[in-house]
Ligand binder design. Structure first.
Ligand code: MD3
Ligand code: FE
Length: 207
């Protein structure tokens, strides 16, 4: 484990290739039940470049009319989100040091040109619990800032199979994904990752 900064713990290669591959298939099953959607910015309605879905009791959604929030149902099918894959619940137990299970797993699918601008994760009521992030597919250049948007930032690479916990003093830090890095991914059989895509899973407590 590498403690990059207080509260930011990176577990490089936490998932070996065969567990990554089975996790990608778990995510295919999640997407089959809960199709990817394109979130939109509050008010402006500008589309995110990242497509999303969720599993677990709650899912993160966003649209122009109602903004960022957690919902127990898919915004288009209105069905409950699928259950969280067991391997993710086990990873939370091992890494999160938190007595309660995760309530939401946001699935972000980045196409090769997608990115996520600098933001804070503050739509949860519980900031005591850490966030657990799992990366699959293409490498990316991840950007970590401070607790103010204007604070200095640093970057590091996140790779397929990496797990990272963000807790304590790091929980409200600004962060984003600058860009995906080409041709640095293990080869998955999945069509989700056939063209330099990246999947990021974030497990959270919500309430
Ligand atoms: C640092 N996702 O979904 S995960 C997000 O790679 C999100 O898709 C990114 O930011 C992605 O909200 C980054 C790593 C991460 C997650 C939460 C954090 C880093 C964080 C919260 C505080 C500080
Ligand atoms: Fe975030």
């Amino acid at each position: 484990m590498l403690e990059i900064e207080p509260g930011v713990r990176l577990y490089r290669g936490f998932f070996d290739f065969s567990r990554q591959d089975s996790l990608v298939r778990d995510i295919e099953r999640v997407i089959a039940r809960a199709p990817l959607f394109t979130p939109r910015m509050p008010r402006t309605g500008k589309a995110f470049s990242v497509r999303m879905t969720n599993c677990g009791p709650f899912g993160w959604v966003s649209d122009a009319a109602r903004g960022y929030r957690y919902e127990p149902h898919h915004p288009e099918t209105c069905e409950p989100w699928p259950v969280m894959p067991r391997v993710l619940l086990e990873a939370w137990e091992e890494l999160a040091s938190y007595p309660l299970p995760p309530q939401a797993c946001l699935v972000n699918l980045y196409h090769a040109e997608a990115r996520m601008s600098l933001h804070q994760d503050r739509d949860e009521k519980d900031f005591e619990a850490p966030i657990l992030s799992v990366s699959l597919g293409a490498d990316c250049r991840f950007r970590l800032g401070g607790s103010k948007r204007s604070d200095p930032t640093r970057t590091f690479v996140l790779s397929s199979g990496d797990a990272m916990t963000l807790g304590g003093p790091a929980r409200l830090r600004f962060h984003g994904v600058d860009k995906l890095l080409p041709a640095l991914s293990p080869r998955f059989a999945s069509p989700l990752l056939a063209n330099g895509e990246r999947i990021n899973l974030t497990l959270r407590r919500v309430t």
